[in-house]
Ligand binder design. Structure first.
Ligand code: IMP
Ligand code: MG
Length: 175
């Protein structure tokens, strides 16, 4: 990324904070799933960076698959209109599933994904998200692992985009 590009952005969470927190979450998951073999389901596109760092700190047997949803388009505000762009390619029935999200804002996307996965009768289902916008989330269930609770600000970098840009940045920035 050209320097001029990132100069316009303000670092919100830097790469060392992210890396420390990712390791802590992985340690929790390693403990909680000792002796099990969970399936991590990453939510495309945003969660691919977080999932790839997280997974390399996981020391138990595991599988990986991806779901892809679309709801935002190029807007900063969720349309609430969710469509499934990529379905799962793995068998969920009887498995321990962990959904991996980059960020939970309104909670609509995660609610939708949870319902899709529950229909397939997993043995268990937990959710991990790197970022969680406390003020905007409206959910009637708990998120099991949260990296950082953040303010209601639009953030980019570390997989998160604005109009498909900035996913490659190592830090998380405020737009
Ligand atoms: P929700 O359905 O409102 O919870 O939105 C979840 C999805 O919206 C996330 O998986 C992101 O892809 C996207 N999103 C929400 N807030 C942000 C943000 O601040 N930056 C980048 N993407 C965001
Ligand atoms: Mg997403």
């Amino acid at each position: 990324m050209a320097e001029a590009e990132t100069n316009k952005l303000e670092v919100y969470i830097d790469e060392s904070q992210i890396s420390k927190r990712v390791k802590e979450i992985a340690e929790e998951i390693n403990r909680d799933y000792a002796g099990k073999s969970p399936i991590f389901i990453g939510v495309l596109n945003g969660a691919f960076v977080f999932l790839s760092d997280l997974i390399r700190e996981i020391n138990i047997d595991c599988e990986i698959d991806f779901l892809k949803l679309s709801s935002y388009g190029d807007s900063q505000i969720s349309s609430g209109d969710i469509t499934l762009l990529k379905e799962l390619n793995c068998e969920i029935k009887g498995q321990d599933v962990i959904i991996v999200e980059d960020i939970i804002d309104s909670g609509l996307s995660i609610k939708y994904m949870k319902s899709i996965i529950e229909k397939n009768n997993p043995n268990s289902l937990k959710i991990v998200t790197l970022l969680y916008k406390e003020e905007t989330v409206k959910l009637d269930f708990e998120i099991d692992y949260i990296g950082f609770k953040i303010e209601n600000k639009f953030v980019v970098g570390y997989g998160l985009d604005y109009a498909q840009k900035y996913r490659n940045l190592k830090n998380i920035y405020m737009l």
